[in-house]
Write a protein that binds this ligand. Structure first.
Ligand SMILES: [Ca+2]
Length: 517
């Protein structure tokens, strides 16, 4: 795919990145050695690398210093960019929690596996244990595996992370707003929020706990690094912040000019620093790949409690760039060239096959959608994205857009928007309005902010992109056109007995009648 030059026209970022880009140019010669170094890793003549994936929740593209954040600073994320590689067109596989996480952890578009949207507490479905997760890929190569944070792929005991390849798990089973204090939920919509270790509920999360979750996950991750410093490890650290309700601990609360949202990102940034420090302390810098990104764009209706997509259009819950384009930095001293920028498109589904190849693991037996993008990670000269197109689904298997090279074709659908109105304040959301999106064509190279629809003047380009649309519909279906996909696989579905057991566990006092929020 052709590089997207647009993000580097983002003034503030260019100013901050100029030294990094210069370093990139002067160091190009050295980079040609990386291919050789990496192939030796894959051949197994040295210890396979540790991998840490830090995955935030609803953090926008603009919520990172190097991407132009204002009102707070992110020195550790900026350090990751200075010592590693910044990705400016890194896509979530869908602009919503459960779907995006499925993409990251399985290398599949989530609808291929029957996961759409964000699962509710007590959901009857979850990620099918018959699928191969990234944790299982690592586990198969003898790695110690751990997850600290938000799961959101099924909350029955049989569907929790320890049944998906993680040796150990500590965190909440779904989003932090799925609790009795949801601002729009009414008192009865959501059950008490459990804090879980492996498959055991430790306690019900209260406000004081919410303020501590980021630091607890961090402490667990640092501890795990120390305990497993002498063997290969994989850590998945999906913070439940900055998804609403946003909370920061005392050390960060009230500390930034922006307010609570800035405090929350500052604490996440601190957490990144703690992870990097632990890796350095144990002498693992040159043997550890750290990846930082987010699951989807900012939840704009929450206004002062939402992040920023930077210059990109719209946010979470839409396939405009603001919903899908994520902050993303990767660091691996000696392997990933320091201070460089990748402006080529890539997606979180590509990490599983890339990491599998890196550690010499076989790909999952069942078909996946992601492809190896290692050349993009290490900045091989002339590296291209290996996909012909990315497919952007949302809601219940609705195909909303495809992206190929510098082009993005939006298909007719309905999308939410604030319609130019401000978002909400202090944790209370404003209302979205529904906008009709037509058949619209954008050239992301010159128009990454999706301002100028070129559909009327480029019918030949639409015809080209429709080939990808038809392939997506054939394989995965499209509920908007009633296309039945031929390759859909089922999620895990709880038995009636399991579902009743889960319901009783979540709502020990009985599940209330469903109310309209
Ligand atoms: Ca999310």
């Amino acid at each position: 795919m052709r590089p997207c030059a647009a993000a580097v026209s983002y003034d503030k970022k260019v100013t901050r990145l100029a030294p990094l880009i210069l370093m990139h140019k002067t160091a190009l010669f050295a980079f040609s050695l990386f291919g050789m170094l990496v192939s030796s890793v894959a051949l197994g003549d040295e210890r396979p690398p540790n991998v840490v994936i830090i995955f935030t929740d609803d953090q926008g593209y603009g919520d990172m210093g190097v991407n132009g954040a204002e009102g707070y600073e992110t020195p550790h994320l900026d350090r990751m960019a200075a010592e590693g590689r910044l990705f400016t067109q890194w896509y979530a596989s869908q602009p919503v929690c459960s779907a995006s996480r499925t993409g990251l952890l399985t290398g599949c578009y989530s609808n291929r596996l029957g996961i759409n949207g964000a699962l509710s507490p007590g959901s009857k479905i979850g990620l099918n244990p018959d699928e191969t997760t990234m944790a299982e890929v690592f586990k198969g190569q003898g790695y110690a595996t751990a997850m600290f944070g938000k799961w959101h792929l099924g909350d029955h005991e049989t569907l929790l992370p320890t049944n998906h390849g993680f040796d150990t798990y500590f965190g909440i089973p779904y989003s932090g707003d799925m609790w009795p204090f949801h601002p729009e939920g009414g008192a009865n919509r959501f059950p008490p929020l459990p804090l879980i270790e492996n498959v055991t509920t430790l306690r019900t999360v209260d406000e004081a706990d919410q303020r501590m979750l980021t630091s607890w996950y961090t402490a667990k991750a640092v501890d795990f690094i120390g305990h497993h410093r002498d063997e290969p490890f994989f850590i998945y650290l999906p913070h439940n912040q900055p998804h609403v309700p946003i909370y920061a601990s005392d050390r960060f609360d009230g500390k930034t000019e922006l307010g609570l949202y800035g405090d929350v990102i500052s604490e996440i940034d601190w957490s990144v620093g703690e992870i990097l420090n632990a890796i350095s302390t144990f002498g693992l810098d040159e043997n550890t790949l750290v990846i930082f990104t987010s699951d989807n764009g900012p939840w704009l209706s929450y206004g002062t409690h939402a992040g920023s997509a930077g210059p990109f259009r719209e946010g979470k819950g839409t396939v405009w760039e603001g919903g899908l384009r994520e902050p993303c930095v990767m660091r691996w001293p000696g392997k990933i060239p320091a201070g460089t920028v990748c402006d080529t498109a890539a997606m979180n589904i590509d990490l599983l096959p890339t990491l599998a190849k890196l550690i010499g693991a076989p790909l999952p037996e069942k078909k996946i959608d992601g492809l190896d993008i290692w050349p993009l990670l290490v900045g091989e000269p002339g590296a291209k994205n290996p996909h012909e197109a990315y497919w952007f689904y949302y809601k219940n298997n609705e195909l909303h857009a495809v992206q190929s090279g510098n082009w993005k074709l939006l298909l007719p659908h309905q999308a939410r928007s604030l319609g130019g109105k401000p978002g909400g304040k202090d944790g209370i959301p404003a209302n979205y309005v529904t906008m009709k999106v037509g058949l619209e064509l954008y050239d992301l190279t010159v128009d990454p902010y999706e301002t100028t629809d070129l559909a009327a003047t480029h019918p030949e380009k639409i015809a080209e992109l429709m080939v990808h649309v038809e392939q997506a519909r054939r394989e995965l279906g499209d509920s908007l056109t009633k296309a039945q996909g031929s390759e859909l696989r089922p999620p895990a579905t709880l038995t009636e007995e399991q579902h009743a057991e889960l319901t009783a566990k979540l709502w020990p006092d009985g599940k209330p009648e469903k109310k309209t929020p």
